[in-house]
Design a protein around this ligand. Sequence first.
Ligand code: FES
Length: 137
Amino acid sequence: MSSVRDQGVTDSAVSTDAAIVYVCITCRHPGEPESEPRPGAILAAATAKAAEGSGVVIKPVRCLANCTRGLSAVVRCNGCWTYVFGGLDVACGPALVDGARLLACAADGIMPWRGRPQPLKRGLIARVPPVNFEELE
Ligand code: FES
């Protein structure tokens, strides 16, 4: 079987304002024995395939410290909130790409709930504000 990198996942530096999806390649489903390839690596490869031609960048990461909550990924874009997802499955690649595209187009930097793929609704773990965020009181 080819490696994740062979399947279009990049781990090189990104210098654009593209939306980025970090997919944990070491994730496995809770309670399942270790297996190769890891389900997270399969999800990363599927996400990379779904992202072809979309402008969304897919990057592998080894552990997002969300291990007990199933397959995990992060969607981020400069100037936007960053979203952590869990409970994903190997078929969620297109949902991650769709979510990243929604985020990249969001004028307020928030991934809209309306139109957000279901796995990104039920799998939301946290969102993190952008670097220069200030809460208006
Ligand atoms: S192994 Fe995927 S979040 Fe820890």
